[in-house]
Design a protein around this ligand. Structure first.
Ligand code: NAD
Length: 494
């Protein structure tokens, strides 16, 4: 059986005896296994990153830029190959996999232009004969821990900026679809990145714990579920590291009575069921305002029949399987409990039949969902869309703002004033106005509020430059020896 190795100091490593299974979700077969690092092995990976740091932080910005331009070209040339790797281990359809590579490439483009954002500031003559300037320096070795649902894009959210800022990285990808990270590391190497600057450490909690405990690791970027994000944030901070930990979501799409309901139904279906709902920015709750609910729910229902669910490698497939059989069963259990909780089941994904043992489930649409129901309170992370009916904008807003999560949200309306009020009032980090999945372009930063993000730095874009650098302020005087004297007073500016 194929073993997916670590990638340390530019070399594949297959020596780990601990291993985990990797499945093809479209067939349900375990077709590969992945190496699982021990603490000792993780410390070797961290040491490799530390060894590469002095030379990398001294590498010119021009040379770094050149590597990112080459990487962008390689990502474009090898997009189909990488998309096939993603689909093979994650299950999402090939177009969707290609889409995440394109969105991840935005972070590579941003990194290629980072020379602009790494500029410091300079003030001349702050006191007589004294100038001050600031510089941005890398923080050191960065630990990056990523989830299964975007095995290319989320690693690129972190590693592109971290590396361009002069840091070295140990990337611990999800053990469920680990091959894409390995492929990325080899592309970086082909683009000219020196060995040891980007290391891929495969594994589970043991590898993550080693990153959190190592004094050599100075910063942690994490993306995953909320309970793990909260714990990573607390442990990394207690160990003196800077940390950003992005968690889960329950994204609401508010539909006002004046919205184009056909447009809103298209958006709800696309955003709820794309990638089988395994997106942190998926719409999982539609909030209707006023008396449009019957018509909107009917419009969504009408569109479900046309969705083709199956093997993501087959042309024309809209939605693939879930990541594991265990996760599929968990999603099914939420659907099973929905009617008993009082929801109206318009479509039950468990009723869709499939002709193989892949981790498939059909699409579920639940109406008359109430805020106390577990299908509303919990992040299901599957193709389940809840509809909550409200009477007014204020009631809908109160619902969204009371939710534990605050990742993305959207409003559908033709009223500019209402949209403006929504962006002013809503408690979420990313807002779409007639855009259901408002993932910011790579020149902005991504991050939620409330339990969707622990830490104060959003990820990628301008905030990543702040997160992955330390600033140093230098005060300079070129003395004229003839004016030098002893003065024990506290230096004051004059
Ligand atoms: P997860 O939390 O199970 O795993 C994420 C990473 O943490 C993996 O690398 C995993 O190996 C590691 N991990 C798991 N358990 C751990 C533990 N006990 N201690 C230390 N490390 C541990 O998440 P997942 O299932 O891979 O991904 C789905 C989740 O990620 C969803 O909740 C989704 O909303 C979230 N997500 C959030 C964003 C965002 O930007 N906010 C983006 C993508 C995914």
């Amino acid at each position: 059986m194929q073993l997916i190795p670590h990638f340390i100091a530019g070399q594949e490593d297959t020596t780990s005896e601990r291993r985990g299974p990797v499945y093809n979700p479209a067939t349900g077969e375990q077709h590969k296994e992945v190496a699982f690092a021990t603490t000792d092995f993780a410390n070797q990976a961290i040491a490799a990153a530390a060894a590469a740091l002095p030379a990398w932080r001294a590498t010119s910005l021009t040379k770094r830029t050149d590597i990112f331009f080459k990487l962008r070209t390689l990502l474009q040339e090898r997009k189909a190959e990488l998309a096939a790797i993603v689909t093979n281990e994650h299950g999402k359809v090939l177009d969707d996999a290609a889409g995440e590579i394109a969105r991840g490439s935005e972070n590579v483009e941003f990194a290629a232009g980072l020379i602009n954002l790494l500029k410091g500031e300079h003030s001349e003559q702050v006191s007589s004969g004294i100038d001050v300037h600031s510089i941005k320096q890398p923080v050191g070795v960065v630990g990056c821990i990523t989830p299964f649902n975007f095995p290319v894009m989320v690693p690129l959210w972190m590693i592109a900026s971290a590396i361009a800022c002069g840091n070295t990285v140990v990337l611990k990808p999800s053990e469920k679809d680990p091959s894409a990270a390995l492929f990325l590391a080899k592309l970086f190497q082909e683009a000219g990145l020196p060995d040891g600057v980007l290391n891929v450490l495969q594994g589970d909690k043991e590898a993550v714990d080693a990153l959190l405990e190592s004094p050599t690791v100075k910063a942690i970027s994490f993306v995953g579920s909320t309970p793990i994000a909260r714990s990573i944030y607390q442990r990394a901070a207690a160990n003196g590291k800077r940390v950003q930990a992005l968690g889960g979501a329950k994204n609401h799409m508010m539909v006002l009575p004046d919205a184009d309901l056909g447009n809103a139904a298209d958006a709800a279906v696309s955003a709820a069921y794309g990638s089988a709902g395994e997106r942190c920015m998926a719409v999982s709750v539609v909030v209707t305002v006023g008396d449009i609910a019957d018509e909107l729910v009917a419009g969504i229902k009408d569109r479900l029949g046309a969705l083709k669910i199956g093997d993501g490698t087959k042309a024309g497939t809209d939605m693939g399987p879930l990541i594991t059989g265990e996760h599929r069963d968990k999603v099914a259990s939420y659907v099973a409990g929905a009617a008993a909780e009082g929801a109206t089941v318009i479509a039950d994904g468990r009723e869709t039949l499939f002709d193989n043992d892949g981790f498939f489930i059909g699409v579920t649409l639940l109406d008359h969902v109430k805020p106390h129901m577990s299908v509303y309170t919990d992040e299901i992370f599957g193709p389940v869309l809840c509809v909550v009916r409200t009477e007014s904008y204020d009631e809908a807003l109160e619902l969204i703002n009371s939710n534990q999560f605050g990742n993305g949200t959207a409003i559908y309306t033709r009223d500019g004033g209402a949209a403006r009020a929504f962006q002013f009032d809503v408690e979420a980090g990313m807002v779409g106005v007639n855009v259901p999945v408002p993932v910011p372009v790579g020149s902005f930063s991504f991050g939620g509020w409330k339990d969707s993000l622990f830490g104060d730095a959003h990820i990628y874009g301008p905030e990543s430059v702040h997160f992955y650098t330390r600033s140093k302020v230098v005060t300079t005087r070129w003395n004229d020896p003839s004016t030098s004297s002893v003065n024990l007073g506290f230096p004051s500016n004059s």
